[in-house]
Design a protein around this ligand. Structure first.
Ligand SMILES: [Zn+2]
Ligand SMILES: [Zn+2]
Length: 460
């Protein structure tokens, strides 16, 4: 079975997160989006863990389901399940430099979470401070604590290219997984790409060849759930199957691609990605100085700001170039189709074992451009609800519903816009230094045509 999973989010107990991020609401949004497996987020926070225990029940397979209480929620078989996930922010000195690393921890049981929380507290972490707690432990120490308590937990470096808070971050990260995790690096089976990098950028990094590349939303509000996601293909959904799917590339490497009786059929089918150019740190630049440079420009001009003279925030593209062990040409990228989805997927001919990925634009953004208005405006929201009511979920609409059927509900222009996104026929103005990039389905000239047409229509 295939399941769309979003395994990194935050609860209302984390900074700058919507007060609506409570379990029942997260569950409702997961259904709207079409997510089958959802992160709980923030289990290191004692009050949030209490809410998790109140609202969810453990199923005995390492996952949790919503408690079917007092008819308030109808728990059906296909409803979203939850996996215990948290993110910790480690700030420490290593090799004479300040490091700030965000790391995901997935746990197969509440009991394990409680033991880890107890241990982290005894080591000085203030878990009540935030849903994503800051602590002075090193990445290696985190791995040591977690895997000593339960070796079945998974530790996944989060949004690995973010300049300020990540494993490969240009400002406060490391140059390799080994450098960050030392002797625990071999237990790091996956990295999370973050919004500003695509899997193909990560395929250029040689030390990731034996590791999975996963994508999740890191959402701070319901509408952002699933803006990136990983689709797992598992025999029977449970924590163990997800873990095996994550570990599959490292197994393949160890067993030298021999098929053995133990070989897992659980694997990652594909990932669903934000356009990396839309991420906040794609290019190098300074927001306040209005300076933005492509990697080529950065190679020529360097990383000093021509306006203020200070160091520019080095974007993800340039940083990947710095660490890459191979060029993009070596990957021999191509575009292909997967039977079950009506969209183009990107894959590598050289690394055929790598799960392919597809680039998405959130439905509300597509509608905003197709019918006019902001994604949060009433007419866009009404159209969104109409489509969801008709076709059950956002992922169904983006990935699999026939264009002609969408046209019957929302008209040719919306159906055409979704088709363009599926084919990747869109335009992106890249983000930099904390400024999100902007995606356009139609080129500037064409949308001006549209406004003109509308004005002309108004005249009659
Ligand atoms: Zn983070
Ligand atoms: Zn500047």
């Amino acid at each position: 079975m295939k399941v769309i999973a979003d395994l990194q989010i935050h609860s209302k107990y984390a900074r700058a997160v919507s007060k609506e991020m409570v379990i029942p609401k997260i569950w409702e949004w997961a259904k709207v989006k079409g997510i089958g497996l959802m992160a709980t987020g923030d289990w290191t926070h004692p009050l949030w863990l209490r809410e998790i225990k109140n609202d969810l029940e453990e199923m005995g397979n390492g996952l949790l389901k919503l408690k079917g209480k007092s008819g308030k929620f109808k728990v059906e078989e296909k409803d979203p399940l939850f996996l215990l996930e948290t993110e910790v922010s480690c700030i420490y000195s290593q090799g004479g430099r300040l490091r700030r690393i965000h790391t995901l921890i997935w746990s197969p049981s509440i009991d394990t979470c409680e033991k880890i929380n107890k241990k982290l507290t005894s080591m000085g972490a203030n878990l009540m401070s935030d849903g994503r707690p800051i602590m002075g432990l090193t990445s290696r120490q985190i791995a040591d604590v977690v895997l000593t308590i339960n070796p079945k937990c998974l530790i996944i470096p989060a949004h690995v290219w973010t300049p300020w808070f990540s494993l490969y971050g240009s400002e406060s990260g490391f140059d390799s997984v080994d450098e960050a995790f030392g002797d625990y690096a071999r237990y790091i089976y996956a990295i999370e790409t973050g919004l500003s990098s695509s899997p193909s950028m990560n395929w250029r990094i040689k030390e990731l060849d034996s590791r999975s590349i996963v994508s999740f939303s890191d959402a701070h509000s319901g509408p952002k759930l699933g803006r990136e996601a990983t689709v797992f293909n598992v025999e029977e959904l449970g924590f163990a199957a997800i873990r095996q799917a994550i570990m599959e590339p490292s197994h393949r490497k160890l067993t030298n691609a021999y098929t053995s009786a133990n070989e897992t059929k659980n694997r990652i089918a594909y990932t669903l990605e934000f356009y990396p150019e839309e991420g906040k740190y794609h290019y190098t630049g300074h927001r306040n100085c209005d300076v933005k440079q492509t990697p080529e420009e950065t190679r020529k001009k360097g990383t000093i700001c021509p306006v203020c003279g200070r160091k520019l925030t080095v974007g993800v593209m340039h940083r990947v170039d710095q660490l890459a062990g191979r060029s993009e040409e070596e990957l021999k990228l191509g575009i292909n189709k997967i039977d079950e989805i009506r969209a183009n997927v990107h894959y590598s001919q050289t690394f055929a074992n790598r799960p392919p990925f597809m680039m998405l634009v959130p439905l509300a953004e597509i509608l905003a451009e197709a019918i006019g208005g902001l994604p949060s405006s009433r007419n866009v929201q009404n159209e969104y609800s109409k489509l969801i009511n008709y076709f059950t979920s956002e992922f169904a609409i983006l990935l699999s519903i026939d264009q002609a059927d969408i046209a019957k509900i929302s008209g040719e222009r919306v159906a055409g816009a979704i088709d363009r996104v599926r084919k990747g026929e869109i335009y992106v103005d890249p983000g930099y230094d904390g400024v999100f990039g902007v995606v356009k389905i139609w080129q500037q000239g064409k949308s001006e045509d549209k406004t003109q047409k509308r004005e002309q229509m108004n005249l009659f």
